[in-house]
Ligand binder design. Structure first.
Ligand code: SF4
Length: 453
């Protein structure tokens, strides 16, 4: 019996999804939801009701990988209770560990590499009908970009939708595993991106988040000559999408042309996520980041002089091998000078295949932990001060939906600068741009009152 006929005769089969890691993974999970949705699977939030559990994994941080192992361990009990349950692992951990995962977790059914998402339906069918356990790690993206388009067009999007514009990375930062598990950089043709954005706009999407490991090096290897800034201009001029954002950018590829785009394209949100990683040139060099702290500061100056109200977020790592107290102080100093609106901070951990894992002078866990706490405390002070400075300002907010803490009438949305704003208002405003006067500031969000039109 096929999966489809099983679904037809006994009601829908249930799919439970769990994603660990980055927005690229969130996007792939949405593609899986769509593909399996077409095959008759209904999404469930109750893991006990699931016929299929799809776990999308990240191995960028050691902690994320540990989470995958403990999550899989916990699923053993569910499989015992329901031997027909099918468990799938995809993403970076699947790509990296492959068959080892099947050997280690006897209750796991299917391991899918980072380029295998388009095959999920067919492979699940084989697992379900032939009771096979499979590993599939293709070397290149299956079905190419067109499958993204087909799958993207049919998803059920909200107000904001991600759109992949490139995959992989060529930068080989010495601590990072991404080029090893996601492969070399590949850019998606502009026509395919524009078609997807138009389709999403027709379905009611108001904001697109252009996704890639290193979006601002977009264009390499395409038959057409097109820079990332030119792509942004095409999206801006040739589609009717209300807002455009992108992530993630590498400082070495942040051109004058791209900085100018923020001032020239009104529907491009004035916000950038630009990882700096360290304020010490010595550590940046060991990380193979190919810029200096001074260069990073001058890029921020350029962005702020083009758009004084630019929203800035970043990634930083503490405890890289050989990081001295002085190197760490330089990182704190750079944070004080720039005053990021949001900062994702991590403590260094060895990743297999990454060159930094071979470096000497690893720091003890207590030192890394103490540095991370000090850095996070400083960032919390900065964010709270910056959020408090918003009190009294009137901000334009794209309403994304009901606030999670809502009793029914509290809406949530984002400013161009990516600040979350909660306020009272009717549900009809979802998907609209509204003006909100900010009245309260917290660590992760603002609260305000809706202004009359
Ligand atoms: S730019 Fe560096 S940190 Fe980012 S994905 Fe590429 S190798 Fe990893």
């Amino acid at each position: 019996m096929s999966i489809n006929s099983a679904a037809a005769s006994a009601g829908p089969l249930h799919l439970y999804v769990h994603t660990i890691g980055c927005q690229m993974n969130e996007y792939d999970t949405q593609r899986v939801q769509h593909i399996l949705g077409v095959q008759g699977y209904a999404l469930t939030t109750d893991i006990n009701q699931a016929d299929v559990i799809f776990l999308n994994t990240c191995s960028v941080r050691a902690k994320a990988e540990q989470k995958v192992h403990s999550y899989l361990g916990r699923l053993r009990r569910l499989k015992k209770r329901n031997p027909r349950l099918i468990i799938i692992v995809a993403g970076c951990v699947a790509q990296q560990l492959g068959a080892d995962l099947l050997g280690r977790f006897e209750h796991l059914d299917l391991v899918l590499g980072t380029r295998a998402i388009p095959s999920v339906g067919a492979l699940l069918h084989r697992v379900a009908t032939r009771s096979e356990r499979l590993v599939h790690l293709p070397e290149s993206e299956e079905e190419g970009w067109d499958s993204l388009l087909r799958q993207g067009q049919f998803s059920a999007p909200g107000v904001v939708a991600p759109v992949t514009i490139m995959q992989g990375c060529d930068n080989f930062c010495s601590y990072c595993i991404v080029p090893h598990v996601r492969g070399r950089e590949r850019s998606r043709p502009a026509a395919s991106i524009l078609t997807e954005i138009e389709a999403l706009t027709r379905q009611g999407v108001k904001e697109v988040l252009l996704l890639g490991q290193n979006v601002n090096s977009y264009g390499r290897g395409l038959p057409e000559i097109l820079t990332f800034s030119q792509l942004l201009r095409q999206i801006h001029d040739e589609t009717t999408i209300l807002r455009i954002r992108f992530t993630t950018s590498h400082p070495k590829d942040l051109t004058e042309e791209l900085i100018g785009s923020f001032a020239e394209l009104p529907r491009l949100c004035r916000w950038i996520h630009l990882p700096f990683q360290s304020g010490s040139d010595r550590i940046l060099q060991r990380m193979n980041r190919v810029y200096t702290a001074a260069r990073y500061l001058s890029l921020i100056e350029g962005l702020r002089s083009a758009c004084p109200d630019m929203g800035l977020s970043s990634d930083v790592m503490v405890g890289f091998p050989g990081e001295s107290e002085e190197d760490f102080r330089q990182t704190l100093q750079l944070m004080r000078e720039i005053r990021f609106d949001n900062l994702f901070s991590f403590s260094y951990s060895d990743r297999p295949h990454a060159r930094a894992s071979q470096l000497p002078d690893k720091l003890p866990e207590e030192v890394k932990g103490a540095r991370l706490r000090e850095l996070q405390n400083l960032q919390m002070e900065i964010v709270l001060e910056k959020n408090r400075a918003e009190i009294g300002c009137i901000r334009e907010v794209l309403v994304e939906g009901l606030s999670k803490q809502s009793e029914g009438s509290q809406l949530t949305g984002r400013t161009e600068q990516n600040r979350i704003v909660n306020f009272e208002g009717p549900a009809e405003l979802v998907g609209r741009l509204v003006k909100v006067r900010i009245s309260d500031a917290f660590q992760h969000s603002l609260r305000g009152g809706l202004m009359a039109d």
